[in-house]
Design a protein around this ligand. Structure first.
Ligand code: ATP
Ligand code: MG
Length: 498
């Protein structure tokens, strides 16, 4: 152990002045602080008034004898380290002293080194003791801190405005906060401890939480958000994450619940508003468009080139606005589930051929090769709204033409995949960077980069396509590599859901 005895006070008690002074010299030199007493009474007095850690005690002194001094010292401070100094004649007394709690002894006469070793050893013991006490104290404090920390976190969870629940690996709820009870309309005294299904009566959500609890989602960072309603007017959004231990083992799930009823109402109001405004704007705009077309036709040869140019631009702009309004109305209808109101028996190949024919000129203008390959065997007809199908394929193929460079390749293929008709539109165009992939199906989302900046569009095509496919029980998927191209795959069920 490292010796730094500066703080250790030693009291030398001996009736022989040589021993007192000699010990003082030796010990002071190695850093101890030394006080001296020639008799027992004096020693006890100094001891009471000072912080003494080690006492060097001669056993044979006039006045109170050494053993009695030892007894009284120990009575004052149980911890005190007493080293008895003893002549050979008093070895037995020394042993007695050790029995009564002396720490060590040193025979008289002693060499300076002997004294140093014995006193240093005692000092080491004191430091060890102090260190242990400090550590014990620190441990107690950390435990106390931990305890307060735990209750602090608990209080925070209890006061969170969002609902929170925590499950263990078997899907049992181990913690839930008051907000959750309120959101789920549970009694305020209902306690954790049961499986989730005892608290939440939404089968798919319970299933999802169960899976997260069992660690089935550890390696997927995008666990889907889950929207549900319990009463029809209250909408909740649940978002779950696995709770991971130090070795990434799953310990359960933590699920956050937010009330999104207000957002839902706003969303509905917004859709209604957009639908209403679009509807109101459509007829006057169409009238303006037709009248502009008439004026332009009539003024041929009569007006200046500049005037004609201005009016032609105005007509194009109104056309753009009309198609935007058309898209917005389509979206509103899809949202209200009104779009497929005229389903008929149709062949997807036929619809595709028409759309491809129609868009061929557009592709040729960009020197692109637009091809359609149909399956060798004929496919079953499907029941769907032909306008909706045209809109789906038209949007996807137009995108492929728009977002592919001049001279590019666009391949449309159709085949049967199980009970679905599968249509693929693959281009070797600009591609879509990963970070945009999820958002391209959002309303008004458009990728803005050097290549796409000058291509006009409103960002409503894909949301319309997705909405239409959803309403038919179909689905759409996209794969893309920036600079290499994009493939949209659509599945349309041959039997429409009732
Ligand atoms: P519009 O409403 O006129 O269709 P838009 O084409 O911009 O406008 P979407 O069809 O919804 O809107 O497409 C959204 C975005 O997705 C596009 O702006 C484009 O950035 C990207 N995108 C779609 N298809 C492709 C494709 N085949 N290749 C590369 N990017 C594409
Ligand atoms: Mg588009």
């Amino acid at each position: 152990m490292n010796n730094s005895p500066e703080a250790v006070n030693v009291l030398v008690v001996d009736d022989e002045q040589d021993i007192r002074d000699g010990s003082e010299r030796i010990l002071t030199r190695i850093g101890f602080h030394v006080q001296k007493a020639s008799r027992g009474e004096e020693a006890l007095e100094i001891f009471e008034r000072n912080q003494i850690a080690i006492v060097l005690l001669d056993l044979k002194m006039p006045g109170i004898d050494g053993l009695e001094v030892l007894r009284r010292l120990k009575k004052i401070n149980e911890q005190i380290l007493v080293i008895v100094i003893t002549g050979y004649a008093t070895v037995e007394t020394a042993i007695e002293a050790m029995k009564r709690g002396a720490y060590d002894f040193i025979p008289k006469p002693f060499e300076p080194d002997q004294l140093r070793i014995v006193v240093n050893r005692a000092a080491d013991k004191i430091r060890l003791q102090m260190e242990t006490e400090k550590l014990t104290l620190e441990r107690q404090r950390t435990l106390l801190d931990l305890d307060t920390e735990k209750s602090r976190i608990r209080t925070i969870i209890e006061s969170l405005p969002d609902g929170v629940l925590v499950t263990n690996t078997t899907g049992q709820i181990v913690l839930m906060n008051p907000s959750l009870r309120q959101l789920l309309d549970l009694d305020s005294d209902i306690q954790a401890g049961q499986p989730i299904s005892a608290y939440i009566h939404d089968e798919p959500l319970c299933q999802l939480i169960q899976e997260i609890s069992q660690g089935k989602h550890i390696d997927f960072d995008d666990i889907p958000d889950y929207e549900f309603t319990l009463t029809g007017d209250k909408y909740l959004l649940a978002r779950g994450q696995p709770v991971l231990g130090e070795k990434r083992e799953c310990l359960g799930a933590v699920v956050n619940f937010v009330d999104i009823s207000a957002i839902k109402v706003l969303d509905r109001l917004k859709s209604e508003f957009v639908a209403k405004v679009s509807h109101e704007l459509r007829s006057p705009l169409s009238t303006i468009h037709e009248q502009l077309a008439l004026v332009i036709k009539d003024m041929v040869g009569q007006a200046s080139q500049q005037d004609q140019h201005i009016l032609t631009r105005a007509k194009e702009k109104t056309q753009g606005l009309i198609s935007l309004i058309g898209d917005l109305l389509d979206l509103s209808r899809i949202e209200e589930g009104l779009i497929c109101h005229e389903p008929e028996q149709i062949r997807v190949e036929e619809v595709l051929s028409n759309v491809v024919d129609f868009l061929k000129t557009r592709a040729e203008n960009k020197h692109q090769n637009l091809s359609l390959s149909l399956p060798s065997n004929s496919m079953p007809a499907i029941t769907a709204d032909p306008i909706a199908l045209e809109s789906i394929f038209g949007n996807i193929i137009t995108n492929a033409i728009n977002y592919t460079q001049e001279g590019g390749d666009i391949r449309v293929t159709v085949d049967l995949a199980g009970i679905n008709v599968r249509v693929k539109v693959a281009d070797n165009g600009f591609g879509i960077a990963e970070k945009h992939m999820k958002k391209i199906f959002d309303r008004f989302y458009r990728v803005q980069d050097d290549k796409t900046r000058f291509i006009t569009g409103t960002g409503l095509g894909l949301p319309i396509v997705k909405g239409l496919l959803d309403s038919m029980g179909g689905m759409i998927d996209v794969e893309s590599e920036p600079g290499q191209g994009t493939t949209f795959t659509m599945l349309i069920p041959t039997q429409t859901p009732s």
